[in-house]
Design a protein around this ligand. Structure first.
Ligand SMILES: C[S@@+](CC[C@H](N)C(=O)[O-])C[C@H]1O[C@@H](n2cnc3c(N)ncnc32)[C@H](O)[C@@H]1O
Length: 199
């Protein structure tokens, strides 16, 4: 019997949607320890996962070695993706792309556009936070703002990593060039489903 994966709640319906749209090759941008990538591979997608965390990728590799369906895993950064143009039918990215200054996030989205085929589909989530209320509580070690809407944690695992605080409008604006099917809120995150317009 398959071990239960604690995946993003939206993923089962997103996977169904992608299947109906004929998607085969999927990128999991910021795959971490691989829960969402493995879920998609179990559903017979050809999955590629990339993450900047050595530890995350190692754990994901161990899970695959212990019998999960294969995922092509790479250690690397979303700011410069090691894939050719027009490689993927779809990309998913679960609470990852906010990890950067706005300029780097824009670069990531350009990279996503580059590696997606025309008409490629995206499912992206980012934390929904209130700048005044949620951010100060976010880290036990405290936070420091380094740019508008951008804070770094002062301690812990994500020490020094910038976090950009999206709102619905900024998220929509960042994904211009994509036809946005829907933006909704689930599990404390904004969720965006979109489709790349012609390149
Ligand atoms: C909250 S975790 C989510 C992991 C995974 N998507 C999931 O849902 O389980 C955020 C992930 O983003 C990754 N990350 C942060 N900056 C990155 C970058 N520049 N390139 C690739 N991955 C990055 C982190 O290493 C971490 O695994």
């Amino acid at each position: 019997m398959e071990a239960t994966l604690n995946v993003d709640e939206n993923l089962p319906s997103i996977a169904e949607f992608l299947k109906r749209r004929g998607v085969r090759k999927v990128l999991d941008l910021g795959c971490g320890a691989g829960r969402n990538a493995i879920y998609m591979a179990r559903r017979s997608f050809e999955v590629y996962g990339i993450d900047i965390s050595d530890e995350g990728v190692k754990v994901a590799k161990r899970r695959i070695a212990s019998g999960e369906p294969y995922v092509h895993l790479k250690l690397g950064s979303m700011f410069s993706l090691p894939y050719r143009d027009d490689s993927f039918d779809a990309a998913i990215s679960i609470t990852v792309i906010h990890h950067g200054r706005l300029k780097w996030i824009k670069r990531t989205i350009r990279e996503l556009k580059r590696v997606l085929k025309p008409g490629g589909l995206i499912f992206v989530t980012v934390p929904k936070m209130r700048l005044d209320k949620d951010v100060p509580k976010e880290r036990r070690f405290g936070v420091k703002f380094v740019a508008p809407r951008t804070y770094v944690a002062l301690g812990g695992d994500e020490r020094g990593v910038p976090h950009y605080v999206f709102n619905r409008t900024l998220l929509r604006r960042s994904f211009k060039g994509f036809k946005i099917h829907n933006i909704w809120i689930n599990q404390g995150s904004y969720c965006l489903l979109g489709e790349l317009r012609g390149k």
